[in-house]
Write a protein that binds this ligand. Structure first.
Ligand code: GLN
Length: 309
């Protein structure tokens, strides 16, 4: 695809014409107030080009997309020992499900469902106070994106702290199995704050570039992880990044991707580009309805699917 700018402009135009936009997440009060009409797309290529359309410079709540960054950070801290704490299998259940946890004795299926990301937050807390662990995550995301301006939206973090009863239930349940080392309030303090990172599509696309380029961010020249680790994080994004919608996303888009209930999706086209889309309305699996569609259009028209010839 020669003219990626024309392509993202076309996608933006076609998406704008859609009237069925899905449902904005309202279980986090601050997110319920977001206008579902927003749409942004940013493509950052491994050879240093950038193509954007729509609201690509409007910050939004990245929510569970942040789980890619905390996973990367935790693997850097404890390496493969992380897999004693959390599995690597798709769950086939909603992101906030509790049923599997009991059957599997408090060990979450994968790092991208809420329970798994809570276990990862527990790992990142080791030796830190919650504030310090949160600070490390913010620094890491700034480093990945090459952008020092990225911040946490404290209103979103507070909003979720006040209403995140289900996540408290998950954390307490895991603690009852001896699967958390720190008090639930501390672990969730870390979890809610990284979910409340506010980023634009442009920043998010940049922060994923290391996964598209074998572990090294070509824009900053910094190595983030080894080639093998980048490949494995991509594998987890493909199999688990969209919860019980992961199979459908792989079928339609064919790229590793991680969604968040803020309506953002980070998708990786290995060897080619990192792509961020944002449309706040969600489908019934809690993934961005039009964001998924935009990525489907992009993958189809560029031929970037990892399953293509
Ligand atoms: N912070 C959100 C929650 O815990 C993240 C969920 C998501 O983005 N899927 O419910």
């Amino acid at each position: 695809m020669d003219d990626l700018q024309a392509l993202v402009d076309d996608i933006h135009r076609e998406i704008a014409a859609h009237t069925e936009r899905g449902k904005v997440a309202d279980y986090i009060p601050q997110l319920a107030a977001v206008d579902p009409a927003h749409f942004g797309i940013a493509v950052a290529t491994v050879d240093g080009r950038e193509f954007v359309a729509g609201n690509a410079d409007t910050p939004f709540s990245i929510q569970s997309v942040s789980k890619v960054f905390t996973l990367t950070l935790a693997l850097g801290t404890v390496g493969d020992r992380l897999w004693n704490r959390v599995g690597r299998e798709p769950s086939g259940t909603p992101f906030n499900s509790i049923v599997q946890l009991e059957l599997e004795h408090g060990k979450p299926r994968n790092p991208f469902i809420n329970a798994g990301a809570i276990a990862v937050a527990d790992v990142l807390l080791a030796g830190h106070r919650p504030k310090e662990a949160i600070g490390e995550i913010v620094q890491f995301v700034r480093f990945l994106a090459g952008d020092e301006t990225i911040v946490i939206d404290d209103r979103v973090a507070r909003s979720e702290t006040e209403t995140g009863f289900r996540n408290f239930a998950l954390a307490q349940f895991m603690r009852s199995f001896g699967k958390l080392d720190h008090p639930a309030e501390h672990v969730l303090g870390v979890y809610f704050h990284h979910c409340a990172l506010a980023m634009t599509c442009r920043q998010l696309a940049h922060s994923g570039l290391f996964l598209a380029a074998g572990g090294r961010n070509p824009a900053t020249g910094r190595t983030v992880v080894s080639r093998d680790r980048a490949r494995r994080i991509n594998a987890l994004m493909l199999t688990c990044g969209h919860y019980d919608g992961s199979g459908d996303f792989a079928y339609r888009v064919g790229l590793p991707g991680k969604s968040g209930v803020g309506g953002g999706i980070l998708a990786i086209a290995p060897g080619r580009a990192s792509v961020a889309v944002w449309s706040p309305g969600l489908n019934r699996n809690g993934n961005s309805l039009l964001g998924s569609l935009a990525l489907e259009m992009l993958a189809q028209r560029t031929g970037w699917s990892i399953f293509g010839a």
